[in-house]
Design a protein around this ligand. Structure first.
Ligand SMILES: [Zn+2]
Ligand SMILES: [Zn+2]
Length: 329
């Protein structure tokens, strides 16, 4: 099912871009066997463009109107925008796809053996059939549970934190910061979430909407805006204030001692997981964000996470391989 087929303007645009640009190009470079996937790729691209426009139109004025802090480094926001464009306009997905498609195909076939999918949530409760909104929300909730687990693991394991700390090193958090991640971590997460989605029976047409809804909410959470959802709402959906607490220097995300996991508010969309696993912190403060070791130590040393895309990626690799210990005081 093609989600965009429900909206004629979008599906017309998708068909036009595909027929006049993508299809000829695909055949030109001899990748004809990917022609159907390329059609879906155009759908992801258009959804990404619509997202970027909507985020810019809605969140950018709000950041100007009710900011938590003054942006001290405008380049930081521009750099984060590059991450978002790279990730959401499909360039990133194309690379992942070309690398993983054969593997995912055989796995999907294995799980859907003989037309059966034992984990298909849609089939679990026959009462839910005919209620697509409920099914959608259930999928969103289940995927979010696995996302919570992934996020905690990013903080729990030293090598994973070496990658994820790039996300936390933004001290000028803004509407584009959600995608400021190490590419290796992005690859892992996209594979992991894709596999979970396949395992629980999400259809491709549903998956794109689940991903888009989740991404939009996560962009809102990172925006530099004084927004919270009130006592009740804050417990139902992750707000900008709630996620900012997760990014708070020295409080929200750092491990405290060997073997223990410190930090709060790991939930990606629904705080229920933090409440259940004892990691929720409902603070009324809008904290400043960053990582403790970015602040200068008495000896003047501090850890460098990089200013631009390439240096951030490179330093992340060095942390992963344990080569930047000299800064880790
Ligand atoms: Zn974040
Ligand atoms: Zn985190």
């Amino acid at each position: 099912m093609n989600f965009l087929s429900d909206f004629s303007f979008f599906s017309d645009l998708q068909a036009w871009i595909f027929e006049s640009i993508v299809q000829p190009l695909i055949f030109q470079v001899g990748l004809g066997e990917f022609v159907e996937d390329a059609f879906h790729g155009v759908e992801w691209f258009l959804m990404g463009v619509a997202e970027l426009l909507l985020l810019f139109v809605v969140l950018r004025p709000l950041e100007a109107l009710i900011p938590v802090h003054k942006i001290s480094d405008p380049y930081a926001r521009w750099n984060d925008f590059m991450y978002t464009a790279l990730h959401r306009l499909g360039i990133f997905s194309v690379v992942i796809f070309l690398l993983l498609d054969p593997f995912l195909d055989s796995l999907t076939a294995l799980l859907h053996l003989q037309g059966m999918n034992p984990f298909n949530l849609d089939n679990l409760w026959s009462a839910m059939q005919g209620h697509p909104v409920l099914v959608f929300l259930l999928y969103l909730l289940v995927l979010d549970f696995f996302d919570y687990g992934y996020h905690r693991a990013e903080h729990q394991f030293t090598w994973w934190w070496a990658l994820h700390s790039l996300h936390h090193s933004q001290r000028n958090m803004n509407l584009w910061s959600d995608n400021r991640n190490h590419l290796l971590d992005d690859v892992l997460r996209d594979i992991y979430m894709g596999l979970i989605a396949i395992a629980i029976g999400v259809q491709p047409g549903q998956y794109i909407m689940l991903v888009v809804v989740s991404r939009m909410l996560q962009s809102l959470q990172h925006a530099n805006v004084r927004i919270h959802f009130g006592v009740v709402g804050e417990r139902l959906l992750v707000s900008p204030r709630y996620h900012r607490t997760h990014h708070a220097i020295g409080l929200g995300h750092e491990t405290h001692g060997k073997g223990s996991i410190g930090g709060h508010n790991f939930a990606v969309l629904f705080p229920v997981w933090d409440i259940l696993f004892g990691t929720a912190l409902f603070s009324k403060t809008y904290f400043l964000t960053g990582i403790r070791d970015q602040l200068p130590f008495p000896d003047g040393c501090s850890r460098e996470y990089g200013q631009g895309f390439w240096s951030q990626q490179w330093l992340g690799l060095r942390r992963l391989l344990g080569f930047d210990k000299e800064q880790n005081k």
